[in-house]
Ligand binder design. Sequence first.
Ligand SMILES: Nc1ncnc2c1ncn2[C@@H]1O[C@H](COP(=O)(O)OP(=O)(O)OP(=O)(O)O)[C@@H](O)[C@H]1O
Ligand SMILES: [Mg+2]
Length: 266
Amino acid sequence: MSDKIEVKNLYFDYIGKNTAFGALEDINLNIKEGEFICVLGSSGCGKSTLLSILNGLNKPKSGEILIDGRPVTKPGADRAVVFQNYSLFPFLTVNKNVLFGAKQSLKRKSFTKIEREAKVSEYIEAVGLTADKNKYPFELSGGMQQRVAIARALALEADILLMDEPFSAIDPKLRLELQELISKLSKLHKKTVVFITHDIDEAILLADRVIVMEPKYIKSIVDIDLAYPRIRDELVGKPNYEKIHRKLISLFYQNIEDNIYGEVSL
Ligand SMILES: Nc1ncnc2c1ncn2[C@@H]1O[C@H](COP(=O)(O)OP(=O)(O)OP(=O)(O)O)[C@@H](O)[C@H]1O
Ligand SMILES: [Mg+2]
């Protein structure tokens, strides 16, 4: 069986009026069904660009992306996206935001209204917002809004979840809760996940494999061989956690040093 996602010899340029900026070069990556992939890398190295191509919003200059063996040419209901800034509909309640996701679901097309609404309630319950389901986004904190965005993405029942720094604006305590939530839900619903982050601890808590990027390229792929569920307080200080942590730190900061020295020498 082929992998869920295959990225083959991918190149991407941002084309301006008289300019072309090469944002990704020769990206190759295979992701198995049900795998949780974190993409780690310094600002501007091409993480969001890669995600937008996986989502079908940007087209590669050359190379291709296959999902279930078929080329990606546009966004599809097989991929749900969660961004950093929640992007909820401000004029819809929590319940209706999540219902919007459920209505897009290919799998739910044949379901009755009652069945669909039951599913919506289940996802709202899973993110702990049942008591707030009739509130509007402006009545919720940032963390609650992000939980609605997660419920809406889950309600789409897409096989693939694409997440671009979804927790970066969230305070550390809630962030830990949301990390545990997304880890649990992605395993429960057997999602294939591509999750972008700047945060090494977050990547170790969540990922089966971490893709470390340097500007334009994949620098290294690191297996995170730690059993789930991963509880941060129980892992920190353990030899296998610290070994992975050190490895990622050295890969990540090496990139940043290379960038700084590159800029200074110009
Ligand atoms: N629309 C655009 N037009 C031209 N260049 C762009 C555009 N969007 C991004 N870039 C450039 O492409 C490179 C990669 O950008 P991208 O947004 O993918 O980085 P990133 O790794 O997601 O960074 P961050 O961690 O800051 O979100 C950057 O150098 C950026 O300046
Ligand atoms: Mg980005």
